[in-house]
Unconditional design. Structure first.
Lengths: 127, 258
């Protein structure tokens, strides 16, 4: 390998040094520069506000919705799984998701559209 | 709701069209064919993905991925010389196009096990794309010495920085404005690495792979840095050490120095 090398040693050494310098600069940035964006973009208050807004929007859409029970529950499930949950609401949120699964099973046993709509609003009222 | 057989049919037709386009470029090897088909297919494919991505949400990432992938696949078919590998590239372009369209048509899933896999597929396709694009840039640098390599380094740096942003977006809710500095840092860092790598006595395929390897580790660490936990250095020591050893071993023992 080295006997046939077509470049000078100084190219190899200086190239290695430049690559190491690039790596050092990145390491320094990662170690010392800036806080994590997650904390900057999502302080707890913003998460709580966005959560409250999402849940309120969901309640409003359920009240006026004329979709069938399954679509309604799918919408609620999609939102509950997607939304960023504030630390303080984790347990009630989880409970709501579990209740929703129970509600989904109750459709098979003949729950009506109105019952489901009411149950969903009741479920969301705890959040 | 897009039902699954429609999804498979649309993805399949797009995959066949993509294979057809790449096959035409191979069967009629002229500059005109290449420079007409490449931008045309890039526009058609990205517009198609843009339209389909309505169903799955993040349109910007999907379109970005479609554009970078199309450029990468055209780059690949233009530099591969071995015929079986060329036709394999055509087949590969069909498979990748199928996945891209299929992912765009899929509903946005809240299930962790589903979106984690989709993110990985996206990140893998992007890494492959960058490998192909970098190999092409090094090949251009070797076969067309009149093209200033500084320009090629800048183009490569731009691809790396855009791809980094696309990967980070898969994991964090970030925007160009908030991360412009990071994108710029990656642009300069990778441009410099590309420049250094082209001075070393490696073939263009190896240079492409080695540069992409550096980028992969760097963007991964930056991605961890953006998370709420930050980088857990204790967990990363083994990963970094393994990579440094594997990289050095590859360069010293496996790569043919020319």
């Amino acid at each position: 390998m080295f006997k046939k090398m077509s470049i000078h040693w100084w190219v190899l050494i200086s190239s290695t040094i430049v690559l190491l310098l690039v790596a050092s600069v990145l390491t320094a940035i990662l170690l010392f520069v800036g806080k994590s964006t997650e904390q900057l973009s999502y302080p707890p208050q913003v998460i709580s506000d966005e959560y409250a807004k999402e849940i309120e929007a969901l309640r409003a859409s359920i009240r006026v919705s004329e979709d069938d029970a399954i679509s309604l529950m799918n919408d609620v499930e999609e939102t509950l799984l997607r939304v960023r949950v504030p630390q303080a609401a984790l347990d009630t949120h989880l409970a709501a998701v579990i209740q929703l699964q129970t509600l989904k099973r109750s459709v098979a046993s003949g729950a009506t559209q109105d019952t489901i709509q009411e149950e969903l609003l009741y479920l969301l009222s705890s959040l | 709701m897009i039902i699954s057989h429609v999804r498979i049919a649309v993805s399949g037709i797009t995959a066949l069209a993509a294979m057809g386009v790449y096959a035409i470029v191979l069967l009629f090897p002229s500059r005109w064919v290449f420079f007409i088909m490449a931008p045309l297919w890039c526009v058609i494919f990205s517009l198609l993905v843009r339209r389909l991505a309505r169903f799955s949400g993040d349109r910007k990432t999907s379109v970005g991925l479609a554009v970078v992938t199309t450029i990468a696949l055209f780059s690949l078919v233009s530099i591969v010389e071995w015929p079986p590998l060329l036709w394999f590239s055509v087949l590969l372009s069909g498979v990748i196009s199928f996945f891209l369209v299929s992912i765009s048509l899929g509903e946005q899933s809240g299930a962790v096990h589903e979106f984690k896999e989709l993110r990985r597929i996206h990140a893998m396709i992007l890494t492959f794309d960058l490998g192909a694009i970098m190999t092409t840039l090094y090949a251009i640098g070797i076969f067309f010495p009149q093209v200033p390599f500084l320009l090629l380094s800048a183009i490569g740096g731009a691809f790396f920085s855009v791809a980094s942003f696309l990967v980070w977006r898969l994991y964090h809710d970030i925007h160009i404005r908030s991360h412009a500095l990071w994108i710029l840092v990656f642009f300069f860092m990778m441009s410099e690495s590309i420049w250094v790598m082209h001075l070393l006595p490696f073939s263009y395929e190896i240079s492409g792979v080695l540069t992409t390897w550096l980028w992969y580790v760097a963007q991964l660490l930056a991605r961890f840095h953006f998370s709420s936990q930050g980088i857990l250095w204790k967990n990363q020591y083994v990963f970094l050490l393994t990579n440094i050893l594997a990289y050095t071993a590859t360069v010293v023992f496996f790569v043919r120095w020319v």
